[in-house]
Design a protein around this ligand. Sequence first.
Ligand SMILES: NC(=O)c1ccc[n+]([C@@H]2O[C@H](COP(=O)([O-])OP(=O)(O)OC[C@H]3O[C@@H](n4cnc5c(N)ncnc54)[C@H](OP(=O)(O)O)[C@@H]3O)[C@@H](O)[C@H]2O)c1
Length: 355
Amino acid sequence: MKSVQIDRLADDLSRVRVLEVPLPEPGPGQVRVRMQLSPVNPSDLNAVRGDYLHAFERLIWNRGQQVLCSDPARTRPSPRPPYALGGEGLGIVDACGPGAPATLAGRRVAVIAGPPMGAWQEYTVLAAQAVLPLPDSIGDELAAMFVINPLSSYAMVHDVLAVRADTWLLQDAAGSALAKMVVRMARHSGVRTINLIRSEAHRPALEALGADVVINTESVDLRDEVARVTGGRGVDYAMDCVGGDLAGHMLQCLTLGGHMVVYGTLSNSPITLPSRDMMMPATRLSGFFAASWLALQPPARLPGILTEVARLAAQGVFDTTVDAVYPLARVHEALAASQERGRPGKVLLRIGARD
Ligand SMILES: NC(=O)c1ccc[n+]([C@@H]2O[C@H](COP(=O)([O-])OP(=O)(O)OC[C@H]3O[C@@H](n4cnc5c(N)ncnc54)[C@H](OP(=O)(O)O)[C@@H]3O)[C@@H](O)[C@H]2O)c1
C-alpha cells in the first residue's frame, strides 16, 4: 500500500516520500481503517520539521531521557522518524483486532491519527478509541476535518477562556479555518471579535461570517486600532497562534484581568513578552495543545464534549471551505499549496475512492 512518510526531520519538504509498504495488521484493541480523505494542517508540517520533538526535548520530565514523552508519567512516547504523516481524516473501518469492538467494522469514521501511524496512507492502524463513527449527514469534507480544529476551537473558547457575553476577543491568523470557527462560536455567545490578518484576501470571507472588526497588521498598528474600537478599554480575551512581536502586541491589548491563550507557532519566533506588560494589567497567559488538554480532562467529561462538538457541527459552526483536493501521489504539491499566502480554504488529500 502507499504511505506518505519521512525518514528524518527536515526544515523543507525534501524528506517527504510516497513509499510502498506492507499492509499493517491491527493489534489488540486496534482497528485498521481504509483512508479516503485527509486535510493538510499546519500540525502536519510541524511533524515534518520536528517542532513537537524539539519542544518535548525542552520539557523538564524529558531532561536526560532517551525516549521523549508527552506526559510526565511517561505513558505517551513521542515517535521519531521514520514515520507516516497525517494527523486526521476520514475512512472506513476494514478490520478489527482482538478485543476491538466488532461493531466498528464497516463504519465510516473520523480518525485521530498522526505519526508513527499517520492518516496519509491507504490504510492506517489505530486504537479503537481514536476513531469516531459519524452519521451520513456529515459530509465527507467536514468529516475528514472533524477533530483537530473543531475540538481545539471549542476547547479554547468554551473551556480555557470560558468566554462570557458582551466581551471582546482578539485573534491572529484570522483567515485560518480554526479562526473562522472561533468567529462563529463568538457570535453564538454574544462575543465581539477583532480579527488580525496579513493577507487582504481573507477580509471578505471574515466579514461575510460576521467578524466585527478585521485589521490587516501589514498596514495598521493593531494597538491603535484596538484602542479605538474598544473605546480605550482593551479586549477581554486573545488567541495567538503566530508568536513573535505580534503576540507581544496582542498581550498589550488585553484589558485589566484579560486572558490570552497561545496555541500555535506559525511565525516560528518566540513571543516578545515584556514582563511588566503582563504584570500591570494582571493578565493571564495559557498554553493549549489539544493532546495535552484531552489528557487533562476527566474521562467522564469527554462524551459530553464530543456531543456538544457534534451539535455545533450540525449547526454549521465548523464548516470549512476546501480550496483544492490532490491525490496522495501529489502530496508535495498539496503541501506547497497549503502554505501559499491568502488561500481561502483548506487543501485536502484524496487517498482512496469514495464508496
Ligand atoms: N494547539 C493545538 O492543539 C492546535 C490545534 C489545532 C490548530 N492549531 C493551530 O491553529 C493554527 C491554525 O490552524 P488551521 O488549520 O486553522 O490553519 P489554516 O486553515 O491552514 O490557515 C493558516 C493561516 O495562518 C496564517 N499564517 C501562516 N503563517 C503566518 C504568519 N507567520 N503570520 C500570520 N499569519 C500566518 C495564514 O495566513 P496567510 O493566508 O496570510 O498566509 C492562514 O490564514 C495553526 O497554528 C495550528 O497549528 C493548534
